[in-house]
Design a protein around this ligand. Sequence first.
Ligand code: TRP
Length: 344
Amino acid sequence: MSSFPQLVFSGVQPTGNFHLGNYLGALVKFVEMQDRFDCIYCVVDLHAITVAQSPIELRKHIREVTAAFIASGIDAEKHIVFNQSQVSEHAELAWVFNCIARLGWLNRMTQFKEKAGKDRENASVGLYAYPTLMAADILIYRATHVPVGEDQKQHLELTRDVAQKFNNDYSQSIAHCGFGDAFFPLPEPVIQGPATRVMSLRDGAKKMSKSDPSDYSRINLTDDADQIAQKVRKAKTDPDALPSEIAGLAGRPEADNLVGIFAALQGTSREDVLREFGGKNFSGFKSALVEVAVTKLAPVGAEMKRLQSDHAYIDGILRRGAERASRLAAKNMAAVKDILGFVR
Ligand code: TRP
């Protein structure tokens, strides 16, 4: 199979309450990858409207996520940062992919089943077709690496299936148009990262979530030092001391979560954290965790708040990013049209 230049693409939904889970699960990895790859990071506003959105909130959340990208250290000059709706080729290629993907493939998507819930008849067609738009996001740039959370693995598999089927169905035309034996790469998920799964501070069995009614369940990126400290101190624990070995975290989801957060924030491993705190009780550990959390997060949150209210600056980043992304996308979309047999 043809080889493709390495390129990273990932997307984040503009849904508000950007929290520690989003930060450690996505942004830290995005920042880390930008030293080794060319990267395209996208605020996926077209995906956001698969469920009802208030326009005022949506606009605010697009700027909020963009500010979080920049405040975390993503370099929007070296790499590309933009919002999806400004590059119309995403939607255009998604239509083509709606004609490539099979109903049976989409029927298997567990995220649709979860999000649609019981009232499936009333879910939007867009929510159902969400994965083909995600495939288009990635493949319009012919990206090869996609940093995502565990929960997006199935969508990445579908992306590979779409790419593979397109390459097969149009193999003759692809060769004829001068693209060799494959037009699209089969992109790889990049799952491993510092802390891919950050759990609720109130219940170690639940993922940290923007929609949890208790604000104490999560650390928002915009929380100030006092709020961070309060939330860590109130975080649920168990009565035992911390173990010295990883095995001792089994069956102790809250302890495991806090140790994982500590390690991720400090850029070390759980083993390192336990070597330091094994045998100690939670109160000392929590004081240390407050210190790392405040040191690492408070400046990012403060910068994010400052940036997100500077609309001219944020909107300028998105516009320039969209111009650069559009040039790449237009070229690939034109090739897809030729491959399909459209006249242009
Ligand atoms: N579905 C992803 C999520 O909810 C967001 C997303 C949209 C994405 N398009 C993408 C992630 C393309 C990676 C690549 O997290």
